[in-house]
Design a protein around this ligand. Structure first.
Ligand code: PEP
Ligand code: MG
Length: 710
């Protein structure tokens, strides 16, 4: 329908669901219809004011005559509509004018005698309706309703020149806000203790130190003494300090600037007694440009029900964390920060990637129904999670989880994971103040392994760089960080730091079923160098008489196109492959995984992507080695049948998606999936592939599995 408006011409699609721009709304029940004909409703050459759509149950060709007929009808409709529109506009205009006059008279009456306050007065323009529907990318499933809490605009919205007469009273307000902030930090730390690794909890200490810093607080007091209100004084000091820090091209100081601002927001909230008013007092949806690590602490708030971010992609690390916290999230929402104001009512759909601002009663109603259906659907999926994942014809698939932090293991097991297929070790590293030493790492890994019990765990070595730098690693700015100094490239250069990690993993593997995996391998040399360092680490441990696993299984992520080409050679030197589609897709299709503007080009069902996956699976199978897929594609229910049919018998995915993917596998036949995959691998376009897949889900009675996520 949108396409008809954009192109100002008719849109004819023989099978609507297979069109890349197709968007499914379960409440319309339109899955029964196939052929789709839409013509814009417009008067002459003017902009369309609507679209007339005809759909048929049967798939059929649409004749030119039929298109002409519908266009004629549309032009008649356009005339009638624009006539009514005109009448309505006139009526509203009149009403608005009356209202405006009424307000002006009222305002003037109130201003009488107050002219010295300053001539003109602003009268708010008559009620503007603000009900935008913002489209982004679905990053963590589920629905949420709540009030918007906009992070990031707070400090900047303060008037820095606000003056106050009573400096003593302002200082008192400041002291109270500082005390309350300190109390809140202490309470937060206690609440987060079971959820975060000790190193991560340091963030609270860092913030506490800022609040207790004599120089920092002294400067705010000084500003108050020179006549500014407490809010303005706080803002001035934070603004100055963070500007100084940001002026230095140093990752660590930049991160500190963020900490200062976060602390500033906290104090400000208490100065304004925001908690009593809105933020987090009731169900709240966090709205931000992006989510910083320290804002993660907000994520645990019990009243936080949803997250909407203007930046980022589905595989961005903020999104991965949101999924770990089970908070419905939409990312890459254009115009989010302009469209949403603090306190706006929001409905957030983390399954389709939509945010409704101040939704109408009708939208609210629809979403109530959807939320109920989704809850029922989830309940149904969670039944029997302890049984193995086997197709109807007896083909077994291993369901593993991708995790970031130790607390995620519990989540993974709750959703039926049979092991951890990808531990993104760098996430924990991001929370330390320096590279954690061998013992710190050993403790960290043991914590994860203990939680996983006897289930296998694949630890991926550091994959820092690109969009995740630890604050203590000084890196110059790069123009193309995803093509730059990241991942295994950093590890191989900082060999001594890398070896500390290898030693810790080898030691952790002494008592548990642990595999080691190198990320972003793009050549044989890189793999050999990494293995050399691993062998050195082993030799050292042996010499030192420290317990470790000398026969640890070693694998690589296949996520760079060159590794696909080199797969037959790489497989000879490893025990397993794990396909990282998140990066593989962005490198194969030259589409940044975090850039919403090219999100439509970032397509997992692209024939080139599928060809690469098939190649890698074939190579591993041929060599009798294991192959897994651990990119977000493994979480996409529409891809499940295809991946199953392509012979992937290990999937590693976000825990939240394990139940639905598992259910699809349990209700399918491996042989059928194989045939489907073979057919698809012959196809040349995304559109054809998607259409064909949707058809098959329908034939197999599995279409309802997609409804909630598409
Ligand atoms: C991938 O690239 O597919 C992957 C699993 O790793 P990450 O998302 O951490 O880059
Ligand atoms: Mg990757």
């Amino acid at each position: 329908v949108g396409l008809a408006i954009e192109s100002s011409g008719p849109v004819v699609v023989e099978d609507a669901m297979s069109h890349p721009r197709y968007k499914y709304f379960p409440e319309t029940g339109e899955e029964r219809y196939h052929t789709f004909l839409a013509v814009p409703v417009a008067e002459g050459r003017q902009k369309p004011i609507g679209v007339l759509v005809v759909q048929t149950l049967r798939r059929r060709k649409v004749s030119k005559e039929e298109i002409r007929l519908l266009r004629t009808a549309a032009s008649q409709v356009a005339q009638i509509l624009s006539h009514y529109q005109l009448r309505e506009t006139l009526a509203t205009k009149e009403k608005e004018r009356d209202e405006y006059r009424r307000r002006m008279i009222e305002a003037n009456r109130q201003l009488k005698g107050y002219e010295k306050v300053g001539g003109a007065t602003r009268v708010a323009s008559p009620l503007k309706i603000r009900r935008p529907r913002l489209v982004g990318l679905a990053a963590a499933p589920g629905f949420a309703r709540g009030v918007a809490h906009v992070v990031g605009t707070f400090l900047s919205s303060i008037d820095r020149n606000l003056r106050a007469r009573d400096a003593k009273a302002e200082t008192r307000r400041l002291e109270e806000a500082l005390t309350r902030s300190l109390g809140e930090l202490a309470a937060l730390k206690i609440r987060m203790e079971p959820l975060m690794p000790p190193a991560e909890l340091k963030i609270f200490d860092g913030h506490r130190q800022i609040l207790e810093d004599e120089e920092f607080v002294g400067r705010i007091r000084q500003a108050i003494d020179s006549g500014y209100a407490a809010e303005s004084s706080l803002f001035r000091v934070i603004d100055e300090l963070s500007a100084q820090m940001l002026a230095v091209a140093d990752g660590y100081l930049r991160e500190r600037a963020t900490d200062f601002r976060d602390v500033g927001h906290r104090v400000l909230r208490h100065l304004r007694q925001e908690d009593k008013k809105s933020a987090f007092a009731k169900a709240t949806i966090l709205v931000a440009e992006e989510l910083t690590l320290s804002q993660m602490t907000l994520v645990s708030h019990e009243n936080l029900v949803g997250i909407a971010l203007q930046s980022g992609g589905v595989t961005s690390h903020a999104a991965i964390l949101a999924r770990a916290f089970e908070i419905p999230t939409v990312v890459g929402v254009e115009h989010l920060m302009e469209a949403v104001l603090e306190g706006d009512a929001l409905v957030l759909d983390g399954n389709s990637g939509i945010v409704y601002v101040n939704p109408s009663a009708e939208v609210e109603r629809e979403y109530q129904i959807l939320m109920k259906r989704y809850d029922a659907f989830r309940k149904e999926l969670l039944v029997g999670l302890d049984q193995p994942t086997v197709t109807r014809d007896g083909h077994r698939v291993l369901m593993l989880a991708n995790i970031a932090l130790p607390a995620d293991v519990e989540l993974a097991l709750r959703y039926g994971a049979e092991g951890i297929g990808l531990l993104r070790s760098e996430f924990s590293f991001l929370t330390y103040e320096d590279f954690p030493d061998e013992n710190q790492q050993l403790t960290l890994y043991n914590r994860i392994l203990d939680a996983a019990g006897d289930r296998p765990v694949t630890i991926r070595t550091l994959d820092i760089g690109a969009d995740k730098y630890p604050p203590y690693l000084r890196v110059p700015r790069e123009d193309n960080p995803f093509l730059g100094w990241r991942s295994i490239r950093i590890s191989l250069e900082l060999a001594s730091i890398f070896k500390v990690q290898l030693r810790a993993i080898l030691r952790a593997a002494a008592r548990h079923d642990v595999k080691i995996m190198f990320p972003m391998i793009s050549s044989i040399e890189e793999l050999r160098r990494a293995r050399e360092l691993l062998a050195e680490a082993q030799a050292e441990l042996f010499k030192e008489g420290l317990d470790h696993n000398p026969n640890i299984e070693v694998g690589i992520m296949v996520e760079v196109p060159s590794a696909v080409w080199l797969a037959p050679r790489l497989i000879e030197e490893v025990d397993f492959f794990s396909i990282g589609t998140n990066d593989l897709i962005q490198y194969l299709l030259a589409a940044d995984r975090n850039n919403p503007r090219v999100a439509h080009l970032y397509e997992s069902l692209h024939p080139a992507v599928l060809g690469a996956i098939a190649e890698v699976v074939g190579v591993a199978r041929g060599a009798g080695k294991q192959v897994c897929i651990c990119g977000e594609m493994a979480s996409d229910p529409l891809a499940t049948l295809l991946l199953l049919g392509m012979g992937l018998d290990q999937l590693s995915l976000s825990p939240l998606f394990i139940p639905v993917v598992r259910k699809i596998i349990r209700e399918s036949n491996f042989e059928t999936a194989r045939r489907i995959a073979n057919d698809i691998l012959q196809m040349g376009s995304v559109q054809e592939i998607k259409g064909y897949l949707i058809e098959r889900y329908r034939d197999l009675g599995l279409i309802h599995m997609l409804e909630m996520y598409r």
